[in-house]
Design a protein around this ligand. Structure first.
Ligand code: WTA
Length: 632
């Protein structure tokens, strides 16, 4: 595939040493593997205090020329996407690179026809249908900034994201299939748009053939628009540092922020990390089970594999429909050789029982991957033994929306692996562990706060519309470092093990939610005065959501009140963030200055009642006893 491909341990070590000794020379070599319209004049300019990070300055490119056009000569007829629908009885669809190129160009022309211009923001709210990938690439083709919003988010969340980015257009569908359910999509968009004045056009893909309201002058059917344009659309030349997309993610405070990635560095790093972590060969079939609504689906579906010219499966459905053998059935059906999924999925399929695995041979598998949260040893061993049959390396890939690509992971079959350890930094990545005071810990066999001391090409550039928030969130805690928000250990040989978030972010099934965000949704429920949310260990989801809720009046119908709270979260964020446990309390443990002592709430939720620590600074220590007694 590419010059930048590492094939041996010695090559990994050499690349890592080179990347530290001469980062600019190292990345310049890797970046020269791509098609640039105009070469860069300077590889890197950076300052973490701003922050102000720029890669491949002065260079021009279009990422879709690298994802599509450059493959046409040699791989035009190669399958780019094997689309597997929700219903196993519906035929799967194969799309070659040539067809994908044509569809992206046509979609790009449809966007132009609907007045979308370079630099405009386009919100994409679509289920896992090929049009989702096509829309993402079509935006990139014309230099529009895509903002994909996961289809499980509520109308309110969608509206917030559209308004923050001032999106001019939305691409959506009539509805979606999900397991045995059909769910509305366009209706959610309609509700959101009541609050959004920036949106001028809505393009609607027909998936479930539902009657939907089409607002004259604003809404159009995608299939009709696509008929009016041709399949040839020259790619817009973009500066390396022009924004490629916005993806909203939760932090510990306030509303989600729009993480911004730029064209050049993101392109270079997503391909580089994809080919080195997963070690794909020309005929491999890659399957990442993430939704394109999350960063994993951006970097390792829309971009990484297409940049590398790989064939990939895109799956519309869920792992448990029609039964918990679906993933394994799809692997056998399409001969998937590299499979990338989340610990939460592994745990839930493990819980469903081995009988759902045994009917499938899984002999095509060669490499397994995990992403999104720490994978516990039990799940790791099950994955390795029952899915990988003991012969497939597992890459435990640690990264974040903000990092754009995998930063810490073993390289399949090249660097060693150890259960529950993301293990080794990729070349070009310089992690450090800091003490709480911000001192670098040099030794091994230690634990600390995970930071990066040098930029890599796909580091976030800003948070949309609020650069200071980017600085404060990631670059101000420890001067001169990018702070990840994660705690980590380093073992005797130097492998990293991620422990989890050290801030008020809960990672539920690999999805991040800020506690403040969930609390403000809960507080919208009628009768709620205030609430506090913490995470607790959950067998399947990794972390569950535990909510302590203070109500106006004593609750006489707890089921009804719980229902109302869940509906409030569903409306404010989406069902994916609904609390697993709700405890009604008469007050929250607060310090005299009014700060909620979450440490205590966390301990109670974790059922560690014996070690609550010092409660003497509380305004009302008695409330702690009540909370302990009422634990759910
Ligand atoms: C967590 C997902 C342990 C971590 C790509 C990080 C992980 C957050 C791993 C980012 C892993 C991700 N092991 N923890 N292999 N991968 N995390 O932005 O806490 O949705 O900060 O990106 O997920 O979540 P995000």
């Amino acid at each position: 595939m590419s010059e930048a491909r590492i094939r041996t341990l010695a090559e990994y070590e050499a690349a890592r040493a080179h990347s530290i000794a001469d980062p600019e020379g190292f990345w310049a070599e890797i970046a020269s593997d791509f098609q640039w319209r105009k070469p860069w004049t300077k590889v890197l300019a950076w300052d973490f205090d701003g922050p102000d990070v720029k890669w491949f300055l002065g260079g021009q490119l279009n990422i879709t020329e690298n994802c599509l056009d450059r493959h046409l000569a040699e791989r035009g007829d190669k399958t780019a996407i094997i689309w597997e629908p929700n219903d196993p009885k519906e035929a799967s669809v194969r799309i070659s690179f040539r067809e994908l190129h044509e569809r992206v160009c046509r979609m790009a022309n449809a966007l132009k026809r609907n007045s979308v211009q370079k630099g405009d923001r386009v919100a994409i709210y679509l289920p896992m249908v090929p049009e989702l990938l096509v829309s993402v690439l079509a935006c990139a083709r014309i230099g529009a900034v895509h903002s994909v919003v996961f289809c499980g988010f509520s109308a309110q969340s969608l509206a917030d994201r559209i308004n923050d980015a001032q999106a001019v257009a939305v691409i959506t569908s009539d509805g979606m299939f999900r397991g045995n359910k059909e769910m509305p999509v366009k209706r959610v968009v309609d509700e959101a748009l009541e609050q959004c004045s920036s949106v001028k056009r809505v393009l609607v893909h027909e998936r479930v053939r539902w009657a939907v309201d089409m607002k004259p002058g604003r809404d159009a059917w995608l299939h009709e628009e696509l008929k009016l344009v041709d399949g040839d659309c020259p790619a817009e030349p973009m500066d390396s540092e022009d924004p490629l997309f916005i993806l909203y993610t939760s932090g510990s405070t306030g509303k989600p922020k729009g993480v911004v990635h730029s064209c050049g560095g993101y392109m270079v790093y997503t391909q580089y990390s994809f080919i080195n972590v997963f070690q794909p060969e020309e005929n491999d079939i890659f399957w990442c089970t993430a939704d394109v609504g999350w960063i994993t689906g951006h970097s390792y579906m829309a971009y990484g594999p297409t940049l590398a010219g790989a064939t990939q499966v895109m799956f519309e459905g869920i792992p448990t429909y029609p039964d918990p053998g679906r993933f394994w059935q799809v692997i056998d059906k399409h001969g998937v050789s590299i499979f990338y999924t989340a610990p939460t999925a592994i745990r839930s399929l493990m819980a469903a029982g081995i009988d759902h695995v045994l009917p499938y041979s899984l002999h095509s598998l060669r490499v397994l991957g995990s992403v999104g949260e720490p994978i516990n040893e039990e799940a790791w061993h099950w994955y390795r033994t029952h899915i990988g049959k003991g012969r497939c390396p597992i890459v435990d890939t640690w990264w974040q929306t903000e990092t754009g690509g995998i930063l810490i992971s073993s390289l399949a079959g090249i660097t060693d692996e150890k259960p529950s350890h993301a293990a080794w930094p990729l070349p070009g990545v310089q992690p450090v562990l800091l003490t709480a005071e911000g001192k670098e810990i040099a030794e091994n066999e230690v634990e600390g706060l995970l930071c990066m001391k040098f930029p890599w090409p796909s580091i976030l550039r800003t948070t949309w519309g609020d650069h200071d928030r980017c600085r404060q969130t990631y670059f101000s805690s420890y001067k001169g470092y990018y702070f990840t928000g994660d705690g980590a250990k380093r073992d005797a040989e130097g492998r990293y093990r991620i422990i989890g978030r050290v801030d008020d972010v809960i990672n539920v099934s690999g999805h991040r939610f800020g506690t403040a965000e969930i609390e403000s949704a809960i507080n919208m429920a009628k009768g709620v005065v205030e609430s506090a949310v913490v995470g607790f260990p959950h067998d399947i989801k990794g972390q569950g959501i535990y909510a302590y809720v203070v109500t106006e009046k004593p609750v006489d119908d707890p089921e009804d009140m719980r229902g109302r709270i869940i509906e409030a979260v569903a409306a404010g964020i989406g069902r994916i963030a609904k609390p697993d446990k709700i405890q009604f309390v008469s007050g929250l443990p607060k310090t005299r200055s009014g700060k909620i002592m979450r440490r205590i709430l966390r301990k109670v939720a974790e059922n560690e009642l014996g070690s609550l620590g010092d409660t003497s600074t509380l305004l009302d220590p008695a409330v702690v006893e009540e909370i302990k007694d009422g634990r759910v």
